[in-house]
Design a protein around this ligand. Structure first.
Ligand code: ADP
Length: 355
């Protein structure tokens, strides 16, 4: 069967399809990879900018409709998908080959920030991305315990005088770096500002992270110190704020948002953790609306989360029969989506005079 149009005509036509998630034409999004006609059959290939794109079926239907409306002799159209995560690649200046660096912060301790940072890392990995997890919660590095990774990371010298640190790898293939690998679990670390700055800089510059789609950073609660260091080193994709539903905790979350704004790290949104009978439910969602910040989902109180965290078995939360899987996958997907949306917006932050 011969058509009245060429492959390049098809690209032009398909490019007019409005993406149901990003609400922009595919030509603007530059997600159309290829149009081919083989044996009279049309195949359109779309390169999605993230794993976990939520409306594939709708996009397929929209593309098919655009083509059918423009070319009555098109026949059946197949839409294939590939994924290439997009990012700011903003660590390039310090040699970091990570597309998106995401900070996970909270206004105060104990809200499940480390749990959520580890869960988002695993969740993004489950969706198909390559992921690293950096524990910058230097005052209480709990990541090594939760993920059951220990031991001093190996050092290598790829060329004379160049020292690299190899991150440890947790079950499931998430690369991990933590100050906890260098101190005993019961040893308190007294940090002076410059030491903190130097260590975090080293964690980003000297650790062999390799090429990653996402590097998740578990931030210390509250303080702006670490955020400032990070924002000076690289342009973060954004910050996720974890909070619990009760009013007091929400006030702390508001402070955390203001802190990230001050150091010019875009806020991706709020996650409500431990929602349920004890703390109430929905407070974070309301607060997010009030502050015009996206709400990224909620994780109910679930004994499994504490049990698996304590046992160093966080990966188990993602087993098919785990009650925590669905809410955690949902949050991870919303984070990936938030990053992609911020990137499309161009997300340049206002300059603040006080810095
Ligand atoms: P933070 O990093 O904010 O100090 P953690 O991630 O260390 O908090 O979590 C504090 C405690 O709460 C841990 O014992 C953790 O297992 C538990 N926890 C976190 N989220 C949940 C949840 N959704 N349900 C039950 N326990 C949770």
């Amino acid at each position: 069967m011969t058509h009245s149009f060429t492959e390049s005509d098809l690209l032009q036509t398909a490019g007019k399809t409005v993406d149901p998630v990003f609400q922009q034409p595919l030509s603007t999004l530059r997600t159309l990879k290829e149009a081919s006609i083989a044996d009279g059959r049309i195949t359109i290939t779309v390169e999605l900018p993230l794993y976990g794109y939520p409306q594939k079926d709708e996009l397929t239907t929209a593309i098919q409709k655009t083509i059918a409306d423009a070319h009555s002799d098109a026949g059946e159209v197949t839409v294939d998908y590939t994924v290439k995560v997009r990012g700011k690649d903003s660590g390039g200046s310090i040699g970091l080959k990570v597309k998106n660096v995401i900070a996970v912060g909270s206004g105060k301790g104990g809200v499940g920030k480390s749990t959520m940072a580890a869960s988002i890392a695993y969740g993004l990995k489950e969706l198909g991305a390559s992921v690293g997890l950096m524990d910058a919660d230097v005052y209480g590095p709990s990541i090594p315990h939760m993920l059951n990774v220990e031991g001093q990371p190996a050092a290598s010298e790829p060329s004379p005088g160049v020292m690299r640190i190899e991150p440890n790898v947790a079950e499931g293939g998430v690369k991990v770096m933590s100050i906890g690998f260098f101190v005993k679990p019961d040893q308190a670390v007294v940090w002076r500002g410059p030491m903190l700055h130097k260590t975090l800089t080293q964690f980003l510059k000297d650790v062999e992270w390799g090429e990653l789609d996402y590097l998740i950073i578990d931030m210390p609660p509250g303080t702006g110190d670490v955020s400032l260091t990070l924002s000076q080193l690289l342009g973060l994709a954004g910050a996720v704020i974890v909070c619990t539903p009760q009013q007091v905790a929400l006030l702390d979350a508001v402070k955390a948002i203001s802190m990230f704004n001050q150091v010019r790290i875009p806020v991706l949104g709020i996650v409500e953790n431990m929602s349920g009978d004890v703390f109430g439910r929905g407070g974070a969602c309301e607060k997010a609306k009030e502050m015009d910040v996206p709400f990224l989902g909620e994780m109910p109180i679930d004994a499994q989360v504490r049990i698996q965290g304590d046992a160093g078995n966080m990966a188990k939360l993602f087993d098919e029969d785990s009650s925590a899987r669905e809410p955690l996958m949902n949050i991870s997907q919303q984070v990936a989506l938030g990053v992609a949306k911020k990137l499309l917006e161009g997300g340049s932050m206002p300059t603040l005079e006080i810095l």
